[in-house]
Design a protein around this ligand. Structure first.
Ligand SMILES: NC(=O)c1ccc[n+]([C@@H]2O[C@H](COP(=O)([O-])OP(=O)(O)OC[C@H]3O[C@@H](n4cnc5c(N)ncnc54)[C@H](OP(=O)(O)O)[C@@H]3O)[C@@H](O)[C@H]2O)c1
Length: 273
C-alpha cells in the first residue's frame, strides 16, 4: 500500500494543471470548482483578489488540489505573456488552458468609449490568440492537452447594439475552429464553448437586462456541457436545446432577418432598466 504522504506527493507532481482566466466569478469560477473535483491543480486569474481568495479557500476545503491565484488585468498590453510566465512559475506543463475572461457591451457603437472597446479587443482577441500561441507548442510537443476558448452564441451572427462583442466572439469561434484542426494531429483539443444567455453578473456589469424567450443557463450547465464535450473531443460546443436551436437557425436564416429579429431584444431603449 502506498503511504498517504507519497500519494499526496505523487498527486502534487503528476496531477494535471489548469489555468483559468476570469475565474473570480460566474462561468470561470464554475470551471475552477469542476476541474478541482476532477483533480486538477489550478491557477486562477482575474482582477478581484478577494473573490479569487474566497474561491481558492472554498476549493481547498473540499479537495486536496493546489490552488494558486494571481491578480492580473488582462486588458493591459502583453497580458498573455504575463499569464504564460506566471503559469510557468508554478508548473512547466499546462494540461488545460481556459480562456474565459470577458465582458459585454451594450449600446450604440458610435457612442461607446474608445478605451472600453480597446479593452474588449485586448481581453477577447489579443489574450485568446496570444495565449493560445504561447501555451499550444508545449501541448503539441507532448501530444497532450486542451484549450477551451469561451465565445458565445452571439458570435454566430452580427448583432446591432452589441456589434463589437458579437464580432470579437465571431473571431474567437473562427480562430479556434481553424487551430483545432491544425492541433488535432498532435492529439491536442481546442474547444470553443458558445454559451447562450447564462445567469451570471455578466449582464449587470454590461448595464443591460436581457429580455429572452427561454430561461437562462446556469454556469453549472455551461461547464458540465463543456467538460463533457472535451471528453468527446468536440470543437464547437453549444449548451442545451437552446444552443443547438440557435446554431441551426443561424446557419440558414439570412443575416438581415436575424439582425431585425434580435434588435427587438437588444435595442437599448427596449430594455427595462
Ligand atoms: N453570461 C452570459 O450570458 C454569457 C453568454 C455567452 C458567453 N459568455 C462569456 O462567458 C465568459 C464569462 O462570463 P460570465 O458570464 O461568467 O461573466 P462574469 O460573471 O461577469 O465573469 C467575467 C469574468 O471575467 C473576468 N474579467 C473581465 N475583465 C477582465 C480583465 N480585464 N482582466 C481579467 N479578468 C477579467 C472577471 O473577473 P474580475 O472582474 O475579477 O477581473 C470575471 O471573473 C465571458 O467570456 C463571456 O463573454 C457569457
Amino acid at each position: 500500500m502506498v503511504e498517504p504522504f507519497l500519494q499526496t506527493l505523487f498527486m502534487r507532481n503528476f496531477a494535471p494543471f489548469a489555468v483559468i482566466t476570469g475565474a473570480s466569478r460566474g462561468i470561470g469560477a464554475e470551471y475552477a470548482r469542476a476541474l478541482a473535483n476532477q483533480g486538477y491543480h489550478l491557477l486562477l486569474v482575474a482582477r478581484d483578489p478577494s473573490r479569487l481568495n474566497q474561491l481558492s479557500k472554498e476549493i481547498q476545503q473540499t479537495t486536496s488540489v493546489q490552488v494558486w491565484t494571481e491578480t492580473l488585468d488582462l486588458a493591459k498590453p502583453n497580458a498573455a505573456g504575463t499569464l504564460y510566465q506566471l503559469a510557468q512559475s508554478y508548473q512547466p506543463h499546462v494540461s488545460l488552458l481556459v480562456n474565459n475572461a470577458g465582458f459585454g457591451l451594450y449600446g450604440l457603437f458610435s457612442g461607446m468609449p474608445l478605451s472600453t472597446i480597446q479593452d474588449m479587443l485586448q481581453v477577447h482577441i489579443h489574450v485568446t490568440i496570444e495565449s493560445t500561441r504561447l501555451f499550444l507548442p508545449d501541448m503539441m510537443n507532448r501530444r497532450q492537452g486542451a484549450i477551451i476558448n469561451v465565445a458565445s452564441v452571439a458570435g454566430f451572427f452580427p448583432i446591432p447594439y452589441m456589434a463589437e462583442y458579437a464580432a470579437t466572439k465571431a473571431f474567437i469561434i473562427s480562430f479556434s475552429e481553424a487551430v483545432a484542426m491544425e492541433a488535432k494531429d498532435n492529439e491536442v483539443i481546442i474547444q470553443v464553448c458558445c454559451p447562450g444567455y447564462t445567469d451570471t453578473d455578466f449582464h449587470k456589469t454590461a448595464g443591460h437586462r436581457p429580455r429572452h424567450i427561454s430561461s437562462p443557463h446556469t454556469p453549472h450547465d455551461v461547464v458540465q456541457n463543456s467538460l463533457q464535450a472535451l471528453r468527446s473531443r468536440k470543437t464547437l460546443v453549444t449548451i442545451g436545446w437552446q444552443g443547438l436551436a440557435t446554431q441551426w437557425i443561424t446557419s440558414f436564416i439570412p443575416k438581415k432577418w436575424l439582425m431585425r429579429l434580435t434588435i427587438r431584444f437588444v435595442r437599448p431603449n427596449s430594455s427595462s432598466h
